[in-house]
Design a protein around this ligand. Structure first.
Ligand SMILES: Nc1nc2c(ncn2[C@@H]2O[C@H](COP(=O)(O)OP(=O)(O)OP(=O)(O)O)[C@@H](O)[C@H]2O)c(=O)[nH]1
Ligand SMILES: [Mg+2]
Length: 301
């Protein structure tokens, strides 16, 4: 290891739907975290790692959006986000630059960020959609509330000013070891990302309520190298019978569409042909049941 290497963990936090997972994917140049136009998409802390041969290594941690929880699930997600903030070097606090500062962001600044005593970078996202005349006014609103270490206006979706954020991180990071092999981009298992990709289609293809009441578990994942085929069986869990009917759709049309879209995403990621079998099951009120949350992997002992 080069003694001039810098390294460390960097958490990405913010309200739901501000673009945290989109940013993570852009940072590592590959899609590993799922995204959607609906809030509360992310349910896991997912690491994305970049290694610069000369400068060092940054381990980013994408987190669930901070919100007021209405279920045990939400409480657990917020715990996860907050737990990502110990043992890290820098926080990237992302906000939606198309809106004025709101109660949610104020709450996070007052109750989370200002208690951390770590370098906090403010990333004002969705720059591509901010009217020119509003840009400086919105920045002012945030910088009036807190003294951020650095402030960037970015577009996570279009990759604007992301290189500057990375350069800013390397300025602040301490010298340190490589935590992961230089080729590693995440420590999340492929099969877990596959489960997320199925869940992403639920967020994209179903209304507002059902995606939040859904979970996915991979039942089996088998590579068949002689046939260049990966066979995957997954269960989609919903909370009620009526939701099951909607996920399946008329003549199974919805579940077919979900399966086809997810299969294409998975094939692109693993670079192999995929046979995907989906089943929809009811797990009653799983979002408020500790045992079920454990079973689904949302509570880890
Ligand atoms: N126009 C525009 N849209 C963006 C940008 N970044 C993200 N989005 C969109 O914002 C929505 C939310 O993005 P996500 O990355 O899922 O947001 P998130 O913060 O991870 O959300 P949660 O996981 O729910 O907390 C998606 O529809 C993205 O395409 C951006 O720079 N510009
Ligand atoms: Mg997310």
């Amino acid at each position: 290891m080069d003694k001039n290497y810098k390294s460390g963990f960097v958490s990405i936090i913010g309200r739901p739907n501000v673009g945290k997972s989109t940013l993570l994917n852009h940072l590592i140049g590959q899609k590993i975290a799922i995204t959607s136009s609906k809030p509360q998409t992310t349910r896991v802390n997912m690491k994305g790692i970049i290694t610069d041969e000369e400068k060092g290594q940054i381990v980013f941690v994408d987190t669930p959006g901070l919100h007021k929880p209405h279920h045990l699930l939400g409480e657990q997600l917020i715990k996860k986000s907050i737990s990502s903030l110990s043992d890290i070097e820098i926080v990237l606090f992302i906000v939606d630059g198309t809106e004025e500062v709101g109660g949610g962001d104020r709450y996070i600044i007052e109750n989370v960020i200002s208690k951390l005593n770590k370098p906090i970078f403010l990333l004002i996202n969705k720059l591509d959609r901010v009217p020119k005349k509003e840009k400086s006014r919105f920045i002012q609103q945030y910088t009036d509330l807190f003294e951020f270490t650095k402030v960037f206006q970015i577009s996570a979706k279009h990759g604007e000013n992301i290189d500057q954020v990375i350069a800013g991180i390397f300025e602040v990071l301490p010298y340190g070891p490589l935590y992961y092999d230089p080729e590693t981009i995440t420590d999340t298992l492929t099969r877990d990302i596959v489960g997320e990709m199925i869940r992403e289609q639920l967020f994209r293809l179903l209304g507002d309520e059902i995606p939040h009441a859904s979970a996915v578990l991979i039942e089996s994942y088998k590579d068949n190298p002689t046939r260049n085929l990966t066979s995957i069986k997954a269960n989609i869990y919903v909370e009620r019978d009526s939701q099951k009917g909607i996920v399946i759709g008329k003549g199974a049309s919805k579940i077919k569409e979900i399966g086809e879209n997810a299969r294409k995403e998975i094939e692109a990621m693993i670079e192999n042909k995929v046979f995907l079998e989906l089943q929809v099951k009811v797990m009653k009120d799983w979002r408020d049941n500790k045992r079920n949350l454990k079973r689904l992997g949302y509570i880890v002992d």
